[in-house]
Design a protein around this ligand. Structure first.
Ligand code: FEO
Length: 395
């Protein structure tokens, strides 16, 4: 499959309808994904990125039907992660002398992955590559989201090839932003930002402002996953600026795990207390062992405050909660408030453990949390409700 974006620029990637887990098991992709590669033809021809390794043969075969591979003058490798560089070994086997353009960090990561001495051409921000009437201007995008990440701007057609930035994990036959369901598109774009780009938010702001300062027209933003932004393409850059500014909605998320329903009952009474204190705030409850962790992380991203709950087991917490804590610690959320709660039988360490983890993860803790011994009875549930009310009043 290929399609034209504008005369002289074609999408030549792969739509992966089956993908449900990405980065190993790290990221859920309920709607599949795509690996976007682009062919830019002028007097010279440039191939921008490739596809994930399992589709390398299919990609090179399709490309071979589209163009004599020897007619490709330049290969651009924006990022070494295998979902974009995975077909390079097979492609470069066919055209071993063609130059491969990448950043200085790209040179390290591509060599580190493939151990090949391809004809690497290292570029930096502002370097230009003439294709004839048009030229590609390279923009290093370090830590968006890898040290090697790079974008380029195509003059004439005014296209920003942004690699992972502005992407979404969506498989669709309608590969433009104006042709897909808008709520699904922004749900996936938000999840992508929350789970991948949150730790790099200060760099997102800096890079977008740097690109905007060039004052160049932008007709298309072509990311390496999901749909191409052609209808008001800068809307996604505006969204990124909002998301990078310690984004939060008027939402409190209560995330818990439970063994015999005691901690669930606390969660539900805390939620009731929050709503009694503030009927405007959105309160959402998630049993972390029954929910997709990346979807829950997205809800943390949207929240102004979270409550984590776990019963105590073996002087610790339940393992689904441990996985969530690991993830939200790495994502370095800022300006969010939090508290912990949980049931216990004879020792009761879970609330302190959760409180310590949340504090280390950068959350502003509201109190020492709430715990209830054995199965919560009427008195404990009333206390949980009061705890929720008090929490709502402090966030
Ligand atoms: Fe889509 Fe960082 O790879």
């Amino acid at each position: 499959m290929k399609f034209e974006i504008t005369p002289g620029v074609d999408w030549v990637g792969k739509i992966d309808w089956e993908l449900r887990k990405f980065h190993g098991e790290e990221y859920s992709t309920h709607r599949g994904s795509s690996y976007n590669a682009y062919l830019v033809r002028d007097e010279k021809t440039a191939l921008i990125d490739t596809v994930w390794s399992p589709f390398a043969k299919e990609f090179v075969n399709n490309l071979d039907k589209e163009i004599d591979l020897n007619q490709i003058d330049y290969v651009i490798a924006n990022h070494a992660e295998m979902d974009h560089s995975g077909a390079l070994p097979l492609l470069m086997h066919r055209i071993p002398d063609k130059p491969v353009y990448c950043t200085a960090n790209g040179l390290k990561s591509l060599k580190g992955h493939y151990h090949k001495d391809w004809n690497f051409q290292v570029v930096k921000t502002g370097d230009k590559l003439s294709l004839g009437k048009k030229e590609l201007i390279f923009v290093e995008a370090m830590m968006l989201h890898w040290p090697d990440s790079m974008m380029e701007y195509l003059t004439g057609d005014a296209i920003l090839f942004s690699n992972d930035a502005f992407g979404q994990h969506i498989a669709t036959e309608h590969m433009f932003n104006d042709l897909v369901d808008q709520s699904e598109l922004f749900e996936e774009a938000t999840k992508y930002y929350a789970n991948i780009l949150t730790p790099f938010s200060p760099l997102v702001t800096k890079k977008i402002n740097e690109v905007v300062a060039f004052n160049l027209p932008v007709n298309f933003i072509c990311p390496s996953h999901g749909v191409i932004w052609r209808d008001n393409p800068l809307q996604i850059a505006q969204k990124y600026l909002q998301w990078a500014a310690d984004y939060q909605e008027n939402q409190i998320s209560i995330i818990y795990d439970t063994m015999w329903d005691g901690t669930r009952m606390l969660a539900e009474h805390i939620a009731r207390g929050i709503k009694q204190a503030d009927d405007k705030v959105t309160v959402k409850l998630f049993n972390i062992s029954r929910r997709d962790i990346n979807d829950v992380v997205t809800e943390v991203f949207k929240s102004k405050a979270i409550l984590l709950g776990s019963p105590t087991i073996n002087k610790g917490i339940l393992n689904a909660m441990s996985a969530l804590i690991e993830m939200i610690t790495g994502l370095k959320f800022k300006k969010k408030k939090a508290a912990a709660f949980g049931c216990y039988g004879w020792s009761g360490e879970s609330v302190k453990i959760l409180t310590d983890h949340l504090s280390k993860a950068g959350f502003e803790m509201i109190g020492d949390g709430f715990k209830a011994m054995w199965q919560p009875g009427d008195e404990a549930l009333a206390q949980a409700l009061a705890f929720g009310k008090d929490f709502a009043g402090k966030v």
